[in-house]
Design a protein around this ligand. Structure first.
Ligand code: AMP
Length: 275
């Protein structure tokens, strides 16, 4: 990869866990449009899964993934083993949010999944060093992850341009996710409520009448709308778009975020609210 950069070729890189869908492919297509060379990693990073999470059962349809990437004219597929990435004796981690407690690195998914973002950051920084990209592409579906990686790149002065790409949805609104394959038909129907509630919040918060209202009551109503459809709400909030700090008052730009369980499957989603 270094020699490609030396030849003046721009490398666009898309890190993934595999089990690819149109969400991933939208990132790959953008990378294809904007770079000479496109590299995609498929790596189910063990460091980012908690002990009770789905590392073992995470889908790994490698052959299908490779075919999809071939169709998109991807130049390099990087599919390392966990042993190659983290050999015996590996003993370094990137600890995000360690110096100052910030909501970006310590709240929402960081709070519910201790160690998750440290695992993500440690895996991603290695992948970035290996791929040596000029551009890297992440999805807004994992908004906190995207902000966190963008900040890490800035914090440690990596010469990489970060791109956050829009969330791709199923026709009924459900954000595409490799984890959607865990859902039964009934759970899949229920899961539709997640984006429905987020779009409801987006609509309500952007109405002029909402200005006079406190966000707390909107959040409460959204919660009530979602509860009947899901097993458990981990969080549902309206937060600052950059710091992810929970908001009390309406701002020009906000982010509605949700994480919830449908059965045993944890799903996340978010929408930007312009008022
Ligand atoms: P994952 O394999 O789930 O780790 O995702 C790899 C990359 O694809 C991450 O940057 C995700 O944010 C992004 N991604 C996943 N789902 C979607 C989606 N529905 N729309 C856009 N990007 C997505």
């Amino acid at each position: 990869m270094m020699s490609l950069r030396q030849k003046g070729k721009s490398i666009g890189f898309v890190p993934t866990l595999g089990a690819l869908h149109e969400g991933h492919l939208s990132l790959v297509r953008k990378a294809r449009r904007e770079n000479d060379v496109v590299a995609v990693s498929i790596f189910v990073n063990p460091l980012q899964f908690g002990p009770k999470e789905d590392f073992k059962k995470y889908p790994r349809p490698l052959k299908r993934d490779k075919e999809l990437l071939k169709k998109e004219k991807v130049d390099y597929i990087f599919h390392p083993s966990a042993k190659a990435m983290f050999p015996q004796g590996f003993n370094t981690a990137v600890q995000v949010g360690a110096i100052r407690k910030s909501p970006l690195q310590n709240s929402l998914c960081a709070k519910s999944r201790p160690g998750h973002f440290q695992g993500v950051a440690t895996g991603v920084i290695k992948l970035l060093n290996l791929a040596q990209p000029e551009n890297v592409y992440f999805g807004a579906k994992d908004f906190q992850q995207a902000l966190m990686i963008e900040k890490m790149i800035r914090d440690v002065n990596l010469a990489i341009r970060f791109h956050r790409c829009p969330t791709v949805r199923e026709t009924d609104g459900l954000a595409m996710s490799s984890r959607n394959s865990y859902l039964s038909a009934d759970q899949r129907r229920r899961a539709q409520a997640i984006s429905r509630v987020l779009f409801w919040l987006q609509d309500q918060a952007s109405r002029p009448a909402a200005r006079a209202r406190k966000l707390a009551s909107l959040k409460q109503l959204a919660r009530r709308k979602l509860i009947p459809f899901v097993t458990h709400i981990d969080y549902l909030d309206i937060v600052d778009l950059e710091t992810l700090e929970p908001l009390k008052k309406i701002q020009r730009m906000m982010l509605a975020v949700v994480a919830c369980y449908v059965g045993k499957t944890r799903l996340i989603d978010n929408v930007i609210i312009h008022t």
